[in-house]
Design a protein around this ligand. Sequence first.
Ligand code: ZN
Length: 383
Amino acid sequence: MKKLAIIIGLVILGTAVFLILRNNPTLEVENENTNGLEINGGDGNSSLNSNDALRQELEESAAQPEIKTILASEVSNVDSGFTFSAVVPVAWELEAVPALESINIFDPAAANESSLEQSQIFIRQFMANDFLTLSTVTIHSREELTINGRPAVRYDIEKKAGVADFPDQPSWRNERHVVTDIKVMDQNPSVFYVIARRPGLDDAIYQDFLDSLNLDYKPEAGLVEPVEEFRERITLKRFGTYITPETSPVQPERFTGYHTGVDVEFADVDTEIQVRAIAEGEVIEAQTVSGYGGVVVIRHTINDGPLLALYGHLDAQTIPAKGSAVSAGEAIGVLGEGETLETDFERKHLHFAMLKGSSVNFRGYVLSENELGGWHDPLEFWS
Ligand SMILES: [Zn+2]
């Protein structure tokens, strides 16, 4: 009996020690849980309300410097060397300056008449093996840095006295100002961006721009994805998937055959989905076609050969005119609403196909693998 009592005593003592040891970390967790409970409230309703309030609070704090992401390749007439994205204040706009193969990022609210003079950040480019500076400027300081993994140099420069003003550029380029040069590619020669900051522009805005730069430079064969999350959303029908009304992953199904493209699914997304040209090219068809709703076919030259890209299930009200020239990444419409005429009563998705050669074929399905040989598997182009 005595032995048993000792054993029970030891077990109780051991449990107490264990609980004490265990309690400290647990306490913190419990605190978090308590907070969570307070936020969530007792019932579904109040949890929703306080979550909404929390979300609103988060959005307000995130909105402090109101910014947006810009995509250089979406600017009309932009030089194909510009493929970056970056954030800028939400009211700013950008334009190409084709005479100089440059991009002007300007503030339309600035007190100047021309967008060029409203320039806040002005971006030029050059091809070279190494960083270069003009002999026409004095370099007050030079600092080597890395911007998103790319070698870069920040200069404080000033045009030398007696040198003529730089044409087609904002006049502040003739004053003392900061520029950051970035080597965009690994190989030589490389594209270099020259990113100039208007004198007096808040350096934090300029730094945010540089820090957010995504220098996704696409060499010759690289193509722009036709929609966001392109690869991730090909979940139902891939290239070459053989379907019948019985076996199709989409029900009900009216088609039979090998799928000539990929379907990129957006049935779960309420917002407008922009469709973009995968490369520069010419719109050779833009119309409503049975089975698709709005369809755009663009003739591209890819890897030195002709290739037709077919973009199906677009809202026909938003597509460009037949014969239009488009640049890489240019918006060519938005996806049609699911279960409406815009998609010919299909779900909201992009049917994207790449035809070999240069004759148009609207067929979404073919009956033999031999015929399927007339199309590329689009995913071969996005590894
Ligand atoms: Zn399809």
